[in-house]
Design a protein around this ligand. Structure first.
Ligand SMILES: [Zn+2]
Length: 195
């Protein structure tokens, strides 16, 4: 099925409990809310495309096809993931999310849908992945249910800033490799342009 349902809207971005608006305000086409889902979408060039990475044990899987073909993938609850060139940290939610990454006329089109059940996601774990051995670094759990999703994202962003500022906190407990500052995880954002 071709997805043509998520074109940019002129309406203001809604601000329910679940919103990635702070996280994804750059380079996004915008938000739509459908039922209990919060849906982000964005476009990118082929070179700086958004890539979904999942951490499975101590290995990192890149959810893309060698030929660049469309991928539609369910991020299972409890699976740490990040979106390369967009997020400065890894996120683990207690509800499933859906990811779509597909070629488009302008390069790549990506979509992330979170939610789908009342009160979910209720908690998030923010951490980083050692680039050398895949061990989680700096893990912290942030409640969503009480403070709301936007508040959780603020905490995650603050955590990423602390992580960047202190090289000791970026040192892997298993292999001692120092994780680079998270700006590297977001490289490419500036290529997307504003508006
Ligand atoms: Zn390590």
């Amino acid at each position: 099925m071709v997805n043509r349902g998520y074109l940019p809207s002129a309406a203001a971005v809604p601000a329910p409990d679940m919103s990635f608006v702070r996280l994804f305000s750059d380079a996004s086409l915008g938000w739509q809310h459908r039922g209990q889902y919060a849906i982000w979408s964005g476009t990118s060039s082929q070179e700086s495309r958004y890539r979904l990475l999942e951490r499975i044990g101590q290995k990192v899987a890149c959810l893309e096809l060698a030929d660049g073909g469309p991928v539609f993938h369910r991020i299972s609850r409890g699976t740490p993931f990040t979106i390369e060139n967009l997020m400065g940290y890894w996120l683990t939610l207690d509800s499933d999310a859906m990811w779509l990454d597909t070629p488009s006329e302008s390069g790549r089109y990506a979509l992330l849908a979170v939610g789908g059940a009342a009160g979910k996601p209720a908690t998030a774990t923010v951490d980083w992945t050692c680039p050398s051995c895949g061990t989680a670094i700096g893990s912290r759990t942030v409640p969503i249910a009480t403070a709301g999703f936007v508040a959780m994202l603020k905490v995650a962003e603050a955590a990423a800033a602390e992580f960047d500022a202190d090289a000791q906190s970026r040192r892997c407990g298993a292999c001692e490799m120092v994780h680079p500052p998270t700006a590297a995880m977001r490289s490419g954002r500036h290529l997307q342009g504003g508006a």
